[in-house]
Design a protein around this ligand. Structure first.
Ligand SMILES: [Fe+2]
Length: 197
C-alpha cells in the first residue's frame, strides 16, 4: 500500500464513522463526498509520477488503499477512456485531480442500453457513482493525461463479474478477477465471455 499523509487523515474519518455506516445510521456517500478533499491533489500527482506504466491504451489504476474502502488514482492517457461499465454492488465518489473528462450515463431497460446524459468534469469537481449505475469516462484531451481520484465503498476486491458494454456494436463483456480496468483493450484472457445483446 502506498503511504500518503493526507490519505491517512481521510481514512481516519472513514474509520470513525464505520460503525454508523454498517448500521445504516448514515450514508457513506455523504461522508466520502464531503471528505475526499482531505486528500491533497499534489500528493496524488506525486504518486502518479512515481508509478509509470508503458501501456497507454488502457487507463492506469493505482491502488492507494483497500482496507474498508478502496482508493484509487486513475490516469487517463490522451484520448483514453473506460468502457461503459456497471457498478454492481458498490458506490463511490470520483474527483478530478488534473485535466478534463466527460462522463456519459446510461440506463439499462429490458436488456437495452439507452444514453441518458453527459457531464463535463473539470479539476476539483466531484461526481457520485451510484450503486447499479452504468457509465463511462473519457479524457477530453488528445495531448495530455487526466488524473482522477476514486473512493469506493464497500471495498472492491476486483472487477470479477463486472459487465462492460459496447454501445455501438451491442456487445457485453464479462470481466474476470484478473482485469485491472473496465476496457475493451484488455487482453482476451481477462474476459469471462463476450456476447451480443
Ligand atoms: Fe465507474
Amino acid at each position: 500500500m502506498i503511504k500518503i499523509d493526507s490519505l491517512e487523515k481521510f481514512l481516519n474519518v472513514i474509520n470513525d464513522v464505520n460503525s454508523d455506516v454498517l448500521y445504516n445510521r448514515i450514508d457513506i456517500i455523504d461522508v466520502l463526498y464531503n471528505n475526499i478533499d482531505l486528500i491533497k491533489s499534489k500528493e496524488i500527482l506525486q504518486v502518479v509520477k512515481e508509478n509509470h506504466t508503458t501501456d497507454k491504451s488502457i487507463y492506469q489504476r493505482i491502488e492507494l488503499n483497500n482496507n474498508f474502502c478502496s482508493v484509487y488514482a486513475m490516469v487517463w492517457f490522451p484520448g483514453v477512456g473506460s468502457a461503459i461499465h456497471e457498478h454492481k454492488n458498490f458506490k463511490g465518489v470520483v474527483k478530478v485531480i488534473h485535466g478534463e473528462l466527460t462522463e456519459r450515463n446510461f440506463n439499462e431497460k429490458e436488456g437495452q442500453l439507452t444514453f441518458v446524459n453527459k457531464v463535463i468534469l473539470n479539476v476539483g469537481e466531484k461526481v457520485i457513482e451510484k450503486k447499479y449505475s452504468i457509465h463511462d469516462f473519457i479524457n477530453n484531451s488528445n495531448t495530455e493525461s487526466a488524473i482522477t481520484l476514486h473512493v469506493y465503498y464497500p471495498r472492491t476486491l476486483n472487477l470479477e463479474g463486472t459487465r462492460i458494454f459496447n454501445f455501438e456494436d451491442k456487445k457485453i463483456g464479462i470481466l474476470k478477477s484478473s482485469a485491472k480496468a473496465t476496457s475493451w483493450n484488455l487482453a482476451a484472457e481477462h474476459f469471462e465471455r463476450i456476447y451480443s445483446y
